[in-house]
Ligand binder design. Structure first.
Ligand SMILES: NC(=O)c1ccc[n+]([C@@H]2O[C@H](COP(=O)([O-])OP(=O)(O)OC[C@H]3O[C@@H](n4cnc5c(N)ncnc54)[C@H](O)[C@@H]3O)[C@@H](O)[C@H]2O)c1
Length: 341
């Protein structure tokens, strides 16, 4: 395992994307987001993704210079066209549109189409919460086989259908819920595969529908399982419906995959002044945080706390990167004529 500072990974990421034809401001934004995912402890959505994005650029399915725009709008809604660019750039833009409109109209919905992979979905829930807006962000409805079986099924039919919910607080850190509705995100299988480590039980079935802990079985035609049995599956279906039925079904990549990222945003001051909101939010978070730990636990954590702790620690001690991941990043840099020393 190698270790890098956040600054070094940021620099490498920015240079590779610039080398691949990304304008400097967008390349820097991509570096911010990928390194932030590593800092948050979600290595599955950090720099490990660089080679896949560079490949997508080489293949023409990701347009590195694309800038998103609003193509349909009412006071309470906006449809954003990601123009086949980086999903992260479209998601940042869409989140800011949702925040602006939520401040004007209190509650709004934004759907982002043709946007490619939007990365760590929690980034966008956090971005809205930091601006005083509650946001529910979902990514799904891609159609096609996807990666996950429905509860009780033994064939791929759903994406990992992630959901993120950012809720602003006052003096306490904002609350952040952010997970795939599968037992593990597909990126975590990539990480386990790179480390040659087994998966926890209950995450995947092999191609014949047998439970497995070997990441290779997933890539040999296996499938992810929803978390929490029928309840996780039901939530996955909500994400699927928002991305397919609510959204207009424009292809979000050039392989013809549909679906959308959907943001439902509510201004924190919808029903009360911000001071009152902050006091109530902090009081609820403190009440839960003060609950004594159960046997086997040292404390109750709030959603979002593990990521904040990871960030504080990794800014001090550095970000671990598996050697196979680093080699793939170097190869990606060479493919765009960038030399990484
Ligand atoms: N863009 C995409 O298409 C896509 C698809 C799937 C997943 N993802 C991303 O993958 C990442 C990993 O997803 P995951 O499903 O592995 O997440 P996970 O299982 O690690 O769960 C993370 C969530 O659980 C909370 N949490 C963890 N431990 C906790 C505790 N002890 N107490 C309270 N809360 C706790 C975290 O704060 C966070 O909100 C996410 O960032 C997700 O957005 C993205």
């Amino acid at each position: 395992m190698l270790t890098f500072t956040a600054q070094r990974l940021h620099d490498v990421t920015r240079r590779i994307f610039e080398g691949a034809g990304t304008p400097p401001d967008l390349a820097a934004q991509m570096a911010d987001v990928l390194v932030e995912a590593n800092l948050a402890g979600h290595d599955s959505h950090g720099v490990i993704r660089i080679p896949a994005y560079v490949d997508a650029i080489h293949q023409g399915s990701l347009v590195p210079a694309a800038r998103p725009e609003v193509i349909q709008e009412t006071p309470g809604s906006a449809l954003v066209d990601g123009k086949y660019g980086f999903g992260h750039i479209a998601a940042a833009f869409g989140t800011d549109v949702a925040v602006r409109k939520a401040k004007e109209s209190k509650a709004v919905v934004v759907s982002i189409v043709r946007c490619n992979h939007i990365g760590r979905v929690g980034e966008w829930g956090s971005r809205a919460a930091a601006q005083g807006v509650i946001a529910i962000v979902t990514v799904g409805g891609g159609g096609g086989p996807g990666a996950a079986a429905p509860f009780g099924g033994a064939a791929r039919a759903l994406g990992t259908n992630p959901i993120s919910i950012g809720i602003p607080a006052g003096e306490q850190p904002d609350m952040l819920v952010d997970f795939a509705t599968t037992a593990v995100a597909e990126g975590k299988i990539q990480v386990a595969r790179a480390k040659k480590a087994p998966l926890p039980p209950g995450c995947i079935l092999d191609k014949d529908g047998n439970p497995s802990t070997n990441p290779e079985d997933f890539y040999a035609g296996g499938m992810l399982l929803p978390f929490g049995g029928h309840k996780g599956y039901a939530l996955s279906m909500v994400v699927e419906m928002l991305g397919s039925a609510l959204s207009p079904g424009q292809h979000y990549n050039r392989e013809g995959r549909g679906g959308a990222a959907v943001i439902i945003a509510v201004d924190a001051t919808t029903f009360r002044p911000r001071d009152d909101y902050d006091k109530a939010a902090d009081s609820t978070l403190s009440r839960i945080k003060s609950i004594p730990p159960a046997r086997g636990f040292s404390e109750v954590l709030l959603p979002g706390e593990p990521e904040l702790r990871s960030k504080a620690e990794r800014l001090e001690t550095g970000i671990p990167v598996a050697e196979a991941t680093w080699e793939a990043i170097i190869k990606a840099s060479q493919s765009v004529g960038v030399t990484i020393e």
